[in-house]
Each structure stands twice: as C-alpha cells, then as structure tokens.
Design a protein around this ligand. Structure first.
Ligand code: ADP
Ligand code: MG
Length: 356
C-alpha cells in the first residue's frame, strides 16, 4: 500500500529552491482560540506531502495561511525560500483546489480551464493550446465543449485540477479534493492524482482526514492533532513507527501494551504499539519461537473483512488484543478458530514500535 518515499533534502538545502514551502513557528488564533500552534514544517520542491488529521485539527487553517487567505498570528511562511507572510494571496505562487471545486456553470469546460489564463491576459491562441494540453493531462480532452453539469463528479474534480495546474503554480494546495467522491471513484482518482503530480513535478500539499488516502499518495505525511503536528515521516515511518499514542491510533488499528506488562514481556517499560497484522495466533500449547513474546487469551469476536479476518482476543492479562490474518492463508492449512477458543497471541518485539 505504501509508495517508496523520496528522500527529502535537508531544510537548509531546499528552502532556497523553487517550489519549497517552509513554516516557521506558525501560529494562528481566532480570538481566544488557537487553531494552529507553533508549527514548523519543511516541504521539498516536487514533494507530495499530506496533512492528515481529524476534523478540527487545523489542516485547512494551515493551507489558508500558506495561500494567504488568512494572516498568521505569529511565525512565518516561506515559499521558495522567500518570506511571504505579509504577501497578498494573488502575489503568491500557489494555487488551491477545494473540495467544492465550483466551476462556472455557464462556461464550457475549455472556458473554465482557460479562465485563469484569460484573466492574466494570455492570447486566445496560446490559451487554446494550453487548455488542450491541460485537458489531455487529466485525460478529458474529449469533453472540452461540454458544460460542467454534463460531467460526472470525478470528471468535474479533474477539471478543477486542470484549471489549477494550467497556471503552473510552483505549489498546489489541495483541501480534501476527493472528499465528495464515492469510494471507488476516489480510489481511482488517487492513482491519477499521483500520476499527474509525478508528471508535472509541482509541490503538492494535500489535506485529508482519510489515513489510507494519505498513506497511498504521499512522499511524506504530517499527522495533525489539536493544531500541532505530532509526527512527520514517510507513510511507512508513521505507520510502522508511530512516535505518539495518537499517531498509533489514528493510523489504523493498534495494540498498545503499557508499563508493567511491557516490562514483564520485554524488560522495557515503554509502551509497545503492535499492528494487528503483526500479531499471530497459535495454540496455547505451541512453543514460543526464539525472541517472540505472547499473551494467552480467548477468541472473543471474529470479523471477516474480505481480504483479511480480524480476531478480537480477550487476553488473560485483562486487555483486548486485535490480530489480523490475511485470507490468502487457506483455512484448510490453518487452524480454524472459533469464538471461545483458547489461543496465544504472539509477536516479535522487533515488529513493535516503542512510544517514547
Ligand atoms: P480541519 O481542516 O483540520 O478540519 P480547521 O483548520 O478548519 O480544521 O479548523 C481548526 C479549528 O479552528 C476548528 O476548531 C475551527 O472551528 C476553528 N476555526 C477555523 N476557522 C475559523 C474562523 N474563521 N473563526 C473561528 N474559528 C475558526
Ligand atoms: Mg478542513
């Protein structure tokens, strides 16, 4: 599910390069309420960075401050190494695609896509060429003459993207642009979005509350909680090696083993976070492999999810554990489990993250 992350150059190396975005101690308050607190972030040129977090965690506010629609209360925003904190929105080399990608209903698709160029005073001939190219890029050149209401939701979304990309911004900000689409279309659009981003090489800052979407698309993910970034890293890093309990829980299911029990099992008191797919179930009488740890318990619930089956285990130690087994294991080759069966939930501590 994860894509290999591009290595991001160091902050000092890329702040001066075209298309980089840096936030320095960025704070945004609305009256008494602080929506974004002391944020530091460096996005490399051409990087696909997702801001992932629950509703209300400050993601949209950060995008709006980067675009210039909101003033920073304190701290600064740098685009391509240049401080733009007090620069008006239209003078910043960024473009934004929102979830409600309002197209002009009475203008054709081609006119919608070419609108920004017209405002800039680009000649009709040059405009026509760029509009065709932009429509080809989102694979919709055949709908140029239609009106917006004659397109599907996914097609309209791609037009909104073409309309933003045609202006060749160095940075594109996307605020939950796929949120209005149904699951199947959203997954298809995710792949296309990633391909388009790779082709155009523009820096994308993409806001979503959907963890799978963030993991699938991004070079790096910034996990937001309460106006702060809890962790930034590649999809693999934030999923496999969460640094806080919030990150462990927000990015899918996680088993957390704390304090005394962690100490008893491994001689280390720090909280252990183990993903369900790392937990194996074996018969209580089967010996533990070298280096593994395990907890005895009973199967409390079994949930079939299609690609996998999830087992809720009531551990004798008092907590519930979740184990997941891919359904590629044929039932005939494995011990078929039923509710009430006694098992040992086993994992390799090396596969568990430690929360500092
Ligand atoms: P997200 O995009 O992560 O869902 P937002 O950035 O939209 O979160 O909002 C973060 C917090 O800031 C929320 O509690 C929201 O109510 C508050 N907020 C956002 N915009 C305003 C505003 N213009 N006035 C007052 N509070 C706001
Ligand atoms: Mg939002």
């Amino acid at each position: 599910m994860t894509l290999a992350a591009r290595t991001a150059p160091s902050a000092t190396e890329h702040t001066a390069r075209a298309g980089s975005v840096s936030l320095r101690g960025l704070t945004k308050s609305f009256g008494e309420f602080t929506a974004v607190r002391e944020l530091d972030l460096d996005v490399a040129p051409g990087e696909f960075l997702s801001m992932l977090g629950p509703s209300g965690s400050g993601k949209t506010t950060v995008l709006r401050v980067i675009a210039g629609f909101e003033d920073a209360t304190s701290g600064s925003v740098l685009l391509s190494g240049k401080d733009v904190t007090r620069t008006p929105p239209h003078s910043r080399d960024v473009n934004t695609v929102f979830q409600d990608y309002a197209l002009f209903p009475h203008l054709s698709i081609a006119e919608n896509v070419g609108y920004g160029l017209r405002v800039r005073g680009t000649s009709k001939a040059a405009r026509g060429e760029q509009v065709s190219e932009s429509l080809r890029r989102v694979r919709l050149d055949h709908v140029a003459d239609r009106l917006p209401h004659q397109l599907s939701g996914g097609q309209r979304q791609r037009i909104a993207l073409a309309r933003a990309l045609i202006l060749r911004p160095q940075v594109l900000l996307l605020d939950e642009p796929l949120g209005a689409l149904d699951k199947q279309l959203r997954e298809q659009m995710q792949i296309e979005l990633k391909q388009i981003q790779r082709e155009v090489g523009i820096t994308f800052i993409f806001v979503t509350h959907d963890q799978e979407e963030a993991l699938t698309l991004s070079d790096r993910v910034a996990v937001f909680n309460n106006g702060r970034i809890e962790q930034v890293g590649s999809a693999r890093e934030v999923y496999e090696d969460p640094q806080t309990e919030f990150v462990a829980r927000f990015l899918g299911l996680s088993n957390l083993i704390e304090g005394d029990l962690a100490d008893e099992l491994t001689g280390d008191r720090r909280t252990m976070s183990i993903r369900p797919e790392r937990v194996r179930l074996q018969a209580p009488s089967d010996p533990l492999a070298d280096g593994d740890v395990g907890l005895l318990g009973a199967v409390k619930e079994i949930v079939y999810t299609g690609p996998a089956t999830r087992y809720l285990i009531a551990a004798d130690a008092g907590m519930d554990l979740i184990a997941e087994r891919p359904n590629s294991d044929r039932p005939a080759q494995q011990h078929v489990l039923r509710r009430g069966d006694h098992v040992r939930a086993v994992w390799t501590p090396l596969h568990a993250a430690r929360l500092p």
